[in-house]
Design a protein around this ligand. Structure first.
Ligand code: ZN
Length: 182
């Protein structure tokens, strides 16, 4: 088994699933940029070379944001990757406010491997909300996102010191950019 082959297979699968989606920023960046950045951060900042974690990081938004099913992920990548993706996937039958509340509650009970994905996901999103936010978000919504993300990350503490520090630095920069006093 080669690591490169499996990782590239996950990238190819994910690119195909998100092919019609753009990020909500003004640049309308291709959606695939986001999961690639999340996996890259886990590898580069976190120093993690756990293949299942990196594959699940690439795949992390496919079930939540596309038509992909957990069975498909299981068939293509096996139960270990499937379970990691399931851990970081919201229950989309619930409304947005309830999903946000549950993320704070559930994150603390996740496996350490899932927490790595959650940490990198929130770090990327915090950076994006400061630098290239969704174009219809007003300031209150951006500020609210940062505070919520920081509460979710509180549930990930004690998992990977370098990634937690990187989140804290990214959050501090974002607060400064949005002129939030903390
Ligand atoms: Zn994400």
């Amino acid at each position: 088994m080669t690591i490169a082959r499996d990782l590239l297979k996950a990238v190819e699968f994910t690119a195909e699933k998100h092919r019609d989606q753009k990020r909500k920023n003004v640049e309308a960046s291709p959606y695939i940029n986001h999961p690639i950045q999340v996996a890259e951060m886990i590898s580069t900042v976190g120093g993690i070379d756990d293949l299942a974690v990196l594959m699940a990081a690439i795949l992390h938004d496919t079930v939540e944001d596309t038509e992909t099913t957990f069975d498909e992920i299981d068939n293509a990548f096996g139960p270990e990757v499937r379970d990691l993706v399931a851990e970081v996937t919201d229950d989309t039958t619930l409304d947005k406010a309830e999903r946000k509340r549950l993320q704070i509650e559930h994150t603390a009970h996740m496996s350490d491997r899932a927490k790595l994905i959650k940490l990198a996901d929130k770090t990327c999103n915090v950076r994006d909300v400061a630098q290239s936010p969704p174009k219809d978000w007003d300031m209150a919504r951006r500020v609210g996102y940062l505070e919520w993300a920081s509460r979710v990350v509180d549930g990930c503490r004690g998992t990977n010191a370098a990634m937690e520090r990187y989140f804290d630095e990214t959050l501090a920069r974002a607060r400064k950019a949005l002129k939030i006093k903390k």
